[in-house]
Design a protein around this ligand. Structure first.
Ligand code: HEC
Length: 181
């Protein structure tokens, strides 16, 4: 029993919190076959990591992008420099609105358009599954039917565009000040 008293209190608290987050992710947003669902309430209850604006009319990613994760996942990243099992990244893309404000020529976010979702999977739960690869689950939902994952597969829909971020576990971390310690 003696060793119990030597475990720092912070560790005893942190471990169950992480287990809860992963348990919630894999019961609420992922079913036992690896099919995923867009998390609700991320905008009001999760941590905002950062924003991107892609303004070119012809660009594939045109719009206002906001990226969110669970508060526990952001805290873990700040401490360990990586996302924990069960971390969910939601990239919400909204249409770009433009106009003159008293600040100057402004751009801001309008209607929902698309969501991109990545779900951290340290355990490689779903082998040979089209939407699970490289330690993440990959999904895409469109505003016309947010219940349907319209990504064909990781390799067909996501991989080539994310290769520049491969060295940072496929995440474009340079855009997320909230992850800095
Ligand atoms: C046209 C290229 C492109 C495609 C296709 C693409 N991504 Fe991305 N993705 C990016 C870039 C670049 C960023 C960061 C900058 C931005 O949003 O403009 C990003 C950011 C993200 C983010 C926010 C976290 C991060 O990695 O920075 C998620 C989540 C995401 N993508 C998931 C996906 C998923 C899932 C797919 C496939 C269904 C996918 N993406 C397809 C280029 C792409």
């Amino acid at each position: 029993m003696k060793h119990l008293f030597t475990i720092p209190l912070a560790l005893m608290v942190a471990v169950p919190a992480m287990a809860d987050m992963s348990g919630e992710t894999y019961s609420r947003w992922v079913d036992d076959k690896g099919e995923t669902r867009l998390p609700e309430n991320y905008r009001t209850t999760w941590t905002h990591l950062g924003s991107w604006v892609v303004a070119d009319e012809k660009a594939p990613g045109k719009g206002f992008h906001d990226v969110y994760t669970q508060p526990e996942a952001a805290a873990y990243y700040r401490q360990h420099g990586r996302f924990p099992d069960g971390a969910v990244l939601v990239k919400e893309i909204r249409t770009l609105q433009t106009g003159f404000k008293t600040t100057g020529p402004a751009q801001w976010a309008g209607e929902n358009a698309v969501w991109f979702v990545m779900i951290k999977d340290d355990k490689r739960r779903f082998k040979n599954h089209p939407h699970w690869a490289e330690g993440w689950g990959w999904a895409m939902y469109e505003a016309s039917n947010p219940a349907l994952n319209t990504s064909k597969s990781f390799t067909e829909t996501c991989q080539s565009c994310h290769i520049p971020a491969r060295a940072t576990d496929w995440v474009f971390v340079e855009g997320y000040p909230t992850l800095k310690p």
